[in-house]
Design a protein around this ligand. Structure first.
Ligand SMILES: [Fe+2]
Length: 187
């Protein structure tokens, strides 16, 4: 199946967001001398960068230019909840986004108009993310462990703040998408 305009927009949105996540993690990795934290941030940077590359390759395979104006999922959360600057805030938001992204890729795969290229790409990313969720993987839960070393009050406040934002932003994003592609009958 060939991609709809909605799907091409989404692939670019996913790609721009993964790349934004990689750059954020890379910047953080440069800022901390704790080698365990820095190693985890660097590894996370690499994972997000690989996802961005896979999605970019999908757009190339589909012969579609990258829409650079989609914004990112992080920009929507930042608009709703403020730009996170503290480490606790950044890590909690990253963890919440990780879950949200996995849920949206799974939802995308449930649709009946998924192109072959998008399916292959999203399935590969979802499989990888599910492995990272697995307790046997050394990469799993590094954010939780990093949060254990931060002031509990700051962590609790960040969780409270971003959980509140999460559901609202996700619903607003879906509405935006439906409005944008409803007119063309291309949902
Ligand atoms: Fe990712």
């Amino acid at each position: 199946m060939s991609p709809t305009a909605r799907e091409l927009w989404l692939l670019a949105f996913y790609r721009n967001s993964e790349l934004h996540g990689a750059l954020l993690m890379g910047r953080l990795a440069r800022a901390y001398s704790d080698p365990v934290l820095a190693a985890n941030l660097t590894r996370h940077c690499a994972t997000e960068a690989r996802h961005a590359a896979m999605l970019t390759e999908a757009l190339a395979a589909l012969g579609s230019a990258i829409d650079l104006e989609t914004g990112t999922i992080q920009s929507h959360y930042g608009e709703a909840g403020g730009i996170p600057t503290e480490l606790a805030d950044l890590l909690v938001l990253s963890e919440i986004l990780e879950k949200r992204v996995l849920a949206s890729y799974r939802a995308h795969l449930q649709r009946d108009d998924v192109s072959t290229v998008a399916r292959r790409t999203l399935e590969a990313i979802v499989t990888e993310m599910e492995e990272e969720e697995d307790g046997n993987d050394p990469h799993a839960g590094w954010i939780d462990r990093a949060l254990d070393g931060l002031p509990p009050q700051a962590v609790a406040a960040a969780k409270e703040r971003w959980r509140r934002v999460d559901a609202d932003v996700a619903a607003a994003l879906m509405r935006l998408l439906d409005e944008r592609f409803a007119e063309a009958g291309d949902r």
